[in-house]
Design a protein around this ligand. Sequence first.
Ligand code: MSP
Length: 514
Amino acid sequence: MRTFYITTAIDYANGKPHLGHAYEKVLTDVIARHRRLLGDKVHFLTGLDEHGQKVEQTARAKGIEPAELTDGIAPLFIDLCKRLNISNDDFIRTTEKRHKDVVRKILQDLWAKGDIYRGEYKGYYSVRQEQFVLEKEKNEAGNWPEIYGEVTEISEVNYFFRLSKYQDWLIDYLNKNDFVVPLFRQKQVQEFLREPINDLCISRPKERLSWGIPLPFDEDYVTYVWFDALINYISAVGYGQEGFEDYWPAAFNVIGKDILVPSHSVYWPIMLHAMGIEPPKSLLVHGWWHLGGQKMSKTSGIQINPLDLIDQFGADSLRYFMIREMNVGQDSDFTMELFLGRYQADLGNNLGNLVNRLLNMANRHFPQGLPAPEVEEDPEITVHKQWEETRKAVLAGYDDFQFHSGLERTLLFVSVLNRYAEIRAPWKLAKSEDPKDREILRTSLATMAEGIRLATHFLQPVMPETAERIFGLLGQSNPELWEGQLDWSPRLTGTVLGEKTILFPRPEVQLQPE
Ligand code: MSP
């Protein structure tokens, strides 16, 4: 079986992780878990981008060596993955030998092939973006776009990668392939390619920047950080070695919209093409988390520390919020009100309440095991029908990376079950001795249990711990595959359910942004 290979961007190792980083890892994790539940063999990579000017400058400002800085930062990101319950199979650091060797081999090959040449560059350079910028990128007022930060004029001898040589190939490739998801973002790339592109300067003289991978054919230079970093996606899975084809090109690169053009959509496919390999199958591009309308980043200083939210609400609540709230591709605003609103309404009052209603009644009246359903009347028929619709919609949504709408539908089905419980009102039926009432009582608990079992499957990729807990409360082990599990076919008859429990405790303190 071919591997479903999925990656996140690798984060700059110059500061602590924030909600934006957490989101990308969670989104990628949800996709990875979803694919595993569908039966795919998955390989999930994340990691750290450790070279380059940003890291070197941050280290110098702290009076330490860049390696010391990144060695201190790496555990923070690794810990974030652990605490968010990210199921990555590998974590790459671009300072590792396995990565540096591949970068140098690729540089050597492209140099030998004539796709890298030496030349003189005169022009503008953005320190923040670590890239050369063009006069025409100034805005109408004659200023550089804010994202560039400080822009300086420089002139130096450097090495260039023949990007322009492959522009027509890329235009043609994009005309023939759906490469960027969502597709409207591919149009942005095509728009960018309307103008001729320049060759890419892929070196930095060591006297200006020493923290990088030395060029194999000129050790006075280090590799431009983007050329180095993009290669992580293939160095981690053994580019140049046997077995690489198991991973490539069936790969998905998950990235934020800020790093689509030009790095991932222009440099990356062209680099691969020049090396003689295919681009990844898809770039999956998500939007930004904003806080009070501004993007969260290390530079603006506006950050919510996701770890604080995990401490108080558990990883699953944060995962649920981020995936439910963000329509992949669009931006979203993070506010504590929204977070607490979803936590209480969706998780506490809807899902948690439903599970407890069932456990309460089942433990009190059927401690020896869950009864079988006996009657099928309008309320039951409605629930069955709603499940069929939910199942179709969620499966299709998840397949299209529409996890927010999949979750919305799943929680809507949970409301349907709560409404069903209110209509059948087993707590009232339990007081009656009438045989018909007893039948409905048994049916209603069996129906609620089956509905919860089914809905829980769709929570599995997003809320793995909660799903496992709920399955446990239903007397089930955590199923690793969806196959054969998603039909309405009551199978819990006779199982002894767990004790009533609070899945989503009321929050104690309100958190403030850092
Ligand atoms: N190091 C580069 C990526 C190299 S990939 C070969 C980089 N690092 S980053 O730390 O700035 O960003 C890492 C990822 O986090 C990017 O995909 C970026 O879009 C994402 N996010 C950073 N801030 C974000 C938000 N506020 N919201 C959502 N994601 C954002 O770029």
